[in-house]
Design a protein around this ligand. Structure first.
Ligand code: PLP
Length: 386
């Protein structure tokens, strides 16, 4: 069956490939430890599940949702942003639910890019920042994140010609896949650049609640002027163990959100309202203790993995946020992909190759901390003994 040329322009989605390989090994009886995908291994916090159970039993959630979102959800997101970030949002115009950050980010490409337009994408970065623009016939232009710049892009290095065609800019801190936190002054420089070139800045805030060592991640919208030029996509997936629920919100610039709403009213019928009510419950202050407990677990796992890697002679930075450790590929392998293939073949451990997130990820691999301590330790032990 011939697909569209648009679809042919993008590579197969990394994790679809990985899942196929893992399933084949497991079917052959191999004990595979999968640290490839960033999918929390712990259940959604109990009060969220209880709120969802009540919401599912409430017939008012059973009809088509509105894309605009249920008032309770919009107000809960606004209250959370005020409490957590000191950011004031108008729940009427500056908040809307999304069916996960992935849906939202992809659809922003449809809403804002025409063929010939450019989206600036962090490299390495979440694959939708590049796949999305390609799928809508536009052009992703990469902004390399260099380790010695703290994984911040060099905005001054973006080619002038590309800037003139740029409509969207994607950033994400705490960062997947590098684990980096936002560099001082970066958000301010992004606001300036976006204002000068009439770019919509999109901050993908998937990991602000997952931080360690006392670090508290900011919202992009705390930056003066950010709401004039940007939106933030806040996902409940990782911080609240809710990846399966598909619950996120787009917040910030009211004009951009209105366009996203207009687009979505032609594409989908919104987020199940029971999920919206569960999301509203998740964002209340009484859930903070659960988030904190989860962060203690991830911090312990991070230390366990980093200590073992350091002992094995791998120079690794201890991330202050996210659920990933970003480590250099050992010498002797021609690429990250070759190393990851070797690790899967010889140690039955799945880690993801850095260049799957963009060419600047070459030379690194990503370990996801979403497995119990004993499995993580065993995985690192298997890597060490290779
Ligand atoms: C940076 C980043 N953005 C977005 C997502 C997807 O979030 P959601 O589950 O809300 O679609 C992920 C998931 O891995 C991610 O790492």
């Amino acid at each position: 069956m011939r697909s569209s040329r648009r679809l042919e322009r993008i590579p197969p989605y990394l994790f679809a490939e990985l899942e196929r390989k893992i399933a084949a090994r497991r079917a052959a009886g191999v004990d595979v430890i999968s640290l490839g995908i960033g999918d929390p291994d712990m259940p959604t916090f109990e009060p969220i599940v209880a709120a969802a159970q009540r919401a599912v039993a409430n017939p008012s959630t059973h009809s088509y949702p509105t894309n605009r979102g249920r008032r309770e959800f919009r107000e809960a997101v606004a209250a959370f942003y005020a409490r957590r970030f000191g950011v004031e949002l108008d729940p009427e115009t500056e908040v809307m639910p999304a069916i996960g950050a992935k849906e939202c980010i992809f659809n922003l490409n449809l809403a804002f890019l025409d063929p010939g337009d450019v989206a600036l994408a962090a490299d390495p970065g979440y694959p939708v920042y590049t796949g999305g623009p390609l799928l809508v016939g536009a052009e992703p232009v990469l902004m390399p994140l260099e380790p010695d710049r703290g994984f911040a892009p060099d905005l001054a290095a973006i080619p002038r010609e590309a800037l003139e065609r740029t409509r969207l800019l994607y950033l994400n801190y705490p960062n997947n896949p590098t684990g980096a936190i936002v560099a001082d002054g970066l958000f301010e420089r992004v606001v300036e650049l976006a204002a000068e070139h009439e770019i919509l800045a999109v901050h993908d805030n998937a990991y602000s609640e997952t931080t360690f060592d006392g670090y508290v991640a900011p919202s992009f919208l705390q930056t003066p002027g950010a709401k004039d030029v940007g939106v933030e996509v806040f996902s409940l997936s990782k911080g609240y163990n809710m990846t399966g629920w598909r619950c996120a919100a787009i917040v910030g610039n009211a004009g951009a959100i209105a366009q996203y709403w207009r687009l979505k009213s032609n594409i989908d019928s919104g987020l199940f309202e029971a999920v919206q009510l569960a999301g509203a419950a998740a964002l209340g202050p009484e859930l903070d203790v659960h988030v904190k407990g989860m962060n203690e677990i991830y911090q312990r796992r991070r230390d366990l993995v980093c200590d073992a890697l350091v002992q094995a002679g791998v120079e690794v930075r201890r991330p202050k946020g996210t659920i990933y450790v970003w480590a250099p590929v050992p010498a002797g392998f021609e690429s990250a992909a070759a190393y990851c293939e070797h690790v899967l073949e010889e140690a039955a451990v799945v880690v993801s190759p850095g260049d799957a997130y963009g060419p600047s990820g070459a030379g690194f691999f990503r370990i996801s901390l979403t497995a119990p301590d004993d499995r993580l330790l065993e995985a690192v032990e298997r890597l060490r003994s290779l």
